[in-house]
Design a protein around this ligand. Structure first.
Ligand code: 13P
Length: 249
């Protein structure tokens, strides 16, 4: 399976930032990588990002509401993202869970909405530092898989991103053996929930991925790509990350 290297710009980026996307798209066109490349800019930039990407890379949203339309001021539906040209949407990022009180049930509804609209949902899970220190990391993510991954969604519409909360934006990462242990565990839990064909669901690692650690992380078993925050904002940081993708396909 080809790896997926996804950039999450979070609440960063104005029109001028599309120049970075243009550099990335041109680089992908002239040096086709071994991985699929995705950028999730803020919603305001999605339509322009799709034009800039020139089909060299995919564009995604960072969140969606579960309903198709209605009186939900400020929210964006999966159908709207699709209409703007998005192919993916991140759901259940820990920042949404923390700042918008999103529960596993909300996240599952959003993942279903993504499928309904024809988008791939990147479902984010991950333990806090206190949960890891208490030896509960494996249990926490197992619960999040149960609650956030819809059982009826086809395998092709789901990607899982394991992002330990304590590794996001901190420069700290789990050790390679901790990542490998977690991803093996996630694979087992997904197969238990969705069936044997869940062997084909891409499991991304996210949290302080940067040019200096990408190669080691992307070479680990069961790591199907990366979800990159800060280091996706500049082409000069993001390019070496997707060039480090393992040759898997
Ligand atoms: P950083 O790569 O900045 O740690 O962010 C990770 C993340 O939250 C991606 O969704």
């Amino acid at each position: 399976m080809r790896q997926l290297i996804a950039g999450n710009w979070k609440m960063n980026g104005l029109g001028a930032s599309l120049a970075e996307l243009d550099v990335i798209a041109n680089h992908v066109a002239s040096h086709p990588p071994h991985a699929d490349i995705l950028i999730c800019p803020p919603a305001t930039l999605i339509a322009r990002a799709v034009a800039t990407a020139k089909e060299c890379l995919a564009i995604g949203g960072q969140d969606c509401r579960a309903e198709i339309s209605g009186a939900f001021t400020g929210d964006v539906s999966a159908e709207m993202l699709k209409d703007a040209g998005a192919a993916f949407v991140i759901v259940g990022h820990s920042e949404r869970r923390q700042y918008h009180q999103e529960t596993d049930a909300t996240v599952a509804a959003k993942a279903n909405a993504a499928h309904r609209a024809g988008l791939v949902a990147i479902v984010c899970i991950g333990e806090t530092e206190a949960e890891r220190n208490a030896g509960k990391a494996l249990d926490v993510v197992a619960r999040q898989i149960e609650g956030s991954v819809p059982q009826q969604a086809p395998i092709s519409s789901i990607v899982i991103a394991y992002e330990p909360v304590w590794a996001i934006g901190t420069g700290r990462t789990p050790t390679s053996s901790e990542i490998a242990e977690m991803h093996a565990h996630l694979r087992k839990r997904l197969i238990a929930r969705l069936g044997a064909h869940a062997k084909d669901v891409r499991l991304l690692y996210g949290g302080s991925v940067k040019p200096s650690n990408a190669r080691e992380i992307l070479a680990l078993p069961e790591v199907g790509g990366a979800l990159v925050g800060g280091a996706s904002l500049k082409a000069s940081d993001f390019q070496p990350i997707f060039e480090a993708a393992a040759r898997n396909s």
